[in-house]
Ligand binder design. Structure first.
Ligand SMILES: [Zn+2]
Length: 305
């Protein structure tokens, strides 16, 4: 018995060393599932991706738990939305991680929103208006054209932080970008009947989606961004819809659907659950599935007959 154990121990050490040498993956820490999925697309076997949140969590409201801090501690690259989406938890998490490589301003810190044109940038900042984002609306992932721009920038960043594999990242990024562009063309054509369709949003989470497809937001169920809908605000939305009817009400998978369902029942329009990110619905298994599923749900609910 003792002898047998000794052999195992002796063998275990060199095997472990071999294992780590062969598996020198770049550690990516993604704040949201869409960026985890994108890093995986662009990095393939070269990266090991940890995602801080699931599609069923509100990305504005995450706790900087010790398990997340531990993940950030050994990260080579942090990939988040930025534009203040994670302002309530990411700065604390990065500070607690003690990881110099991934602090703001370092090559190991990538903020996707830096690489797209922001919508809803306030002319003047008034926090009394709710959870208003000074840097503009942070929910950029709902427009696949933004994903394309972020992919180009993230591909370049992967090359910078892991120069030994630069040509592989460049190749994977070019390949992804080509497939993505074809898919965007397909979705845009499929969604053409949605142009000009009036919709209600539960949270101001879809401005980029509307900008892409030409949907018209006629009301928002949250009285202020990030503030739960109140009965009186819902009544005023109902009143407004009498003059400007909407075809559907959209909510993100992570949200409590009750306000949207209430409006659906009272205004007689479908409530549409939008995956919002990878994993939000059964169909949103990856980035391509995210938009296949989103376009299909919108068409089912709101295309003109
Ligand atoms: Zn928001």
């Amino acid at each position: 018995m003792t002898h047998g154990k000794k052999i195992i121990l002796l063998l275990a050490a060199p095997l472990a060393l071999l294992g780590s040498a062969a598996h020198a993956a770049l550690h990516v820490f993604a704040c949201e599932p869409e960026w985890g999925a994108l890093a995986q697309e662009l990095g393939g076997p070269l990266v090991e991706v940890a995602v801080a949140t699931s599609a069923l969590q509100d990305p504005h409201q995450i706790q900087a738990k010790p398990s997340l801090i531990a993940r950030a501690r050994n990260a080579d690259l942090v990939v988040c939305t930025g534009a203040e989406l994670e302002i309530g938890w990411l700065p604390v998490l990065l500070q607690q991680s003690g990881n110099a490589k991934v602090q703001a301003g370092q090559p190991g810190n990538f903020a996707a929103a830096d690489f797209v044109r922001k919508l809803d940038v306030p002319g003047q900042l008034d926090r009394s208006q709710g959870d208003v984002h000074a840097a503009g609306n942070p929910h950029i992932q709902t427009d696949p054209r933004n994903i394309a721009q972020v992919a180009t920038a993230l591909g370049a960043r992967l090359q910078k932080v892991d120069p030994a594999h630069a040509s592989e990242y460049a190749q994977r990024t070019a390949n992804f970008s080509q497939r993505w562009q074809q898919a965007v063309n397909r979705w845009t054509a499929q969604a053409a009947p949605l142009k000009g369709v009036p919709v209600v949003s539960q949270h101001k989470a879809f401005v980029y989606l509307y900008d892409w497809l030409g949907l018209k937001e006629v009301a928002v169920l949250e009285p202020k961004p990030g503030v739960e809908p109140t009965a009186s605000h819902l009544q005023s939305v109902m009143a407004a819809l009498k003059g400007t009817p909407a075809r559907m009400v959209l909510y993100a998978a992570y949200q409590d659907a009750r306000a949207s369902e209430w409006l659906s029942k009272n205004a007689g329009v479908p409530a549409v659950k939008v995956a919002f990110t990878v994993g939000g619905t059964e169909g949103a298994k990856d980035l391509f599935g995210l938009f296949d599923d989103t376009v299909a749900r919108l068409l089912a609910a709101g295309a003109k007959p």
